[in-house]
Design a protein around this ligand. Structure first.
Ligand SMILES: Nc1ncnc2c1ncn2[C@@H]1O[C@H](COP(=O)(O)OP(=O)(O)O)[C@@H](O)[C@H]1O
Ligand SMILES: [Mg+2]
Length: 427
């Protein structure tokens, strides 16, 4: 029996591929909206596609909606953060389960996000929108900003253009970096940059699914992040158990954030910083499943098929989001300590028992960057098992066995690979 057609906005990337597979396996014809610049979508199951221009959202909404009507599409989803607002608008146009189209921009535009979250009583870093050098100077002189502070694009993702600034002298370069960060689609216009107070503490994300405005938190994820000016995520581990009072505080903030940005049907990924005394600050919320293989971790650790659940949510059917397993999973990303040419790779883990997923992206002979954005990561592997401490230990052991050679070598001696350290990520 053939189910209702499903339309994905952007069909590239592991999360989109997982959604497409979940739909195809359940008998739904899968269609995709793509933009010409994205090239061929790598989803073999595709029944058809509409090529549009995501940089021109008004036209894209019209073209996608018209295509979806012709194909009797019964669900519209995206795993691409840049397209979550478009998804909300298309769902609204088609009368399908989706997020509030009037608020969806607030899960993309970090200034709008700060404003709606503040109005909802959610703790967020003090933030100023800056348009020019005078504005930058004023923001840096504002005692509510202070140092260190964070300079970032308004509509960024994947840490692109985000700099932690420790003195006024570093601010101009950081502002240029934020201004130059291009979104995935060139229509993502840069309306200034943000200067934000630094939230000190440990970084986590909360993975949630909302259906008919009722939210279930699947897991809290502990994130390992590089130190220094550029922050790149080097590992995710879940589920993390927080102290009950801390968990209650986190849930309160995240629930309010989800409501404030109009998430009614679908996934969300809320990034928070927790201070040692348990206070929670929301850094950002995205109306999509967490990237960086978080869906895979949820699947292995908790036995929840997130793609299937999100498909059901988008189709307006009851979704299975209760854990059927109680294990642990971690993904470790390997980043290069400095820029150069990758000349050899030894000891990268192989897929096998307890290691369900490995992926090496950087070809031998290719140029690699020191980790500045998530896209600079060289590869990753996932470790899973019933016991959190054992899983983390195995991941550490596997990470230590990886050797890469990058030419020219670092002046100080042999390369030390960046990967989440156990101390940084232990539950
Ligand atoms: N206000 C802040 N305080 C502390 N760290 C921050 C702050 N803003 C950003 N960061 C760090 O920079 C990273 C990337 O910033 P984020 O706002 O999440 O941008 P992106 O949308 O590119 O992921 C965060 O994961 C965090 O490590
Ligand atoms: Mg982020």
């Amino acid at each position: 029996m053939t189910g209702a057609a499903v339309l994905l906005l952007d069909a590239a990337g592991p999360e989109s591929v997982a959604l497409a597979r979940a739909a195809a396996e359940r008998g739904h014809p899968v269609h995709a909206a793509t933009t010409a610049a994205d090239g061929q979508p790598p989803v073999p199951e595709l029944a058809g596609q509409v090529v549009t221009d995501f940089a021109r959202p008004d036209r894209a909404v019209e073209e996608i909606t018209a295509y979806a009507r012709r194909r009797s599409v019964g669900a519209v989803l995206t795993a691409n953060e840049y397209l979550t607002e478009l998804a909300a608008l298309v769902c609204a146009g088609l009368g399908l389960p989706g997020n509030d189209p009037a608020l969806a921009h607030a899960a993309r535009d970090k200034m709008a996000m700060v404003n709606v979250l503040t109005a909802a009583g959610v703790r967020v870093p003090y933030t100023r929108l800056v348009h020019d050098d005078t504005g930058l100077h004023d923001a840096l002189a504002d005692p509510a900003v202070g140092f260190p502070c964070v300079i970032k694009p308004v509509r960024g993702a994947g840490s692109a253009g985000v700099t932690v600034v420790t003195s006024p002298a570093e601010a101009a370069a950081a502002a240029d970096t934020a201004r130059m960060a291009r979104g995935q689609y060139s229509g993502e216009s840069a309306a200034g940059i943000l200067v934000q107070a630094y939230a000190a503490g440990d970084e986590y994300s909360v993975e949630s699914v909302t259906q008919d405005a009722v939210t279930t938190h699947l897991a809290v994820t502990r994130k390992a992040v590089t130190c220094g000016a550029r922050r790149v995520e080097t590992g995710h581990s879940l589920p993390v158990r927080l102290l009950p009072a801390t968990e209650a505080a986190v849930r309160r903030e995240v629930d309010a954030a989800i409501r404030a940005v109009g998430i009614r049907h679908g996934a969300s990924h809320t990034e928070v910083i927790i201070t040692p005394d348990g206070r929670c600050t929301v850094i950002e919320i995205a109306a999509r499943l967490g990237a960086g293989h978080i869906g895979l971790l949820v699947q292995h650790a908790l036995g929840i098929d997130v793609s299937a659940a999100l498909l059901d949510v988008a189709l307006g059917r009851p979704a299975a989001i209760n854990p059927t397993a109680h294990g642990h999973a971690t993904v470790r990303f390997i980043t290069s300590p400095h820029a150069g040419r990758l000349t050899s790779l030894i000891g990268f883990p192989k897929r096998g028992p307890g290691v369900p997923f490995v992926r090496w992206r950087a070809a031998i002979g290719s140029s690699v960057n020191a980790a500045g954005v998530n896209a600079d990561r060289l590869g990753c592997f996932v470790v899973t098992g019933p016991d959190a401490a054992e899983v983390e230990q195995q991941a550490d052991t596997l990470a230590r066995q990886i050797r890469v050679q990058i030419d020219p070598p670092a002046p100080g001696g042999p390369d030390q690979l960046n990967s989440a350290s156990r101390s940084a990520i232990a539950p």
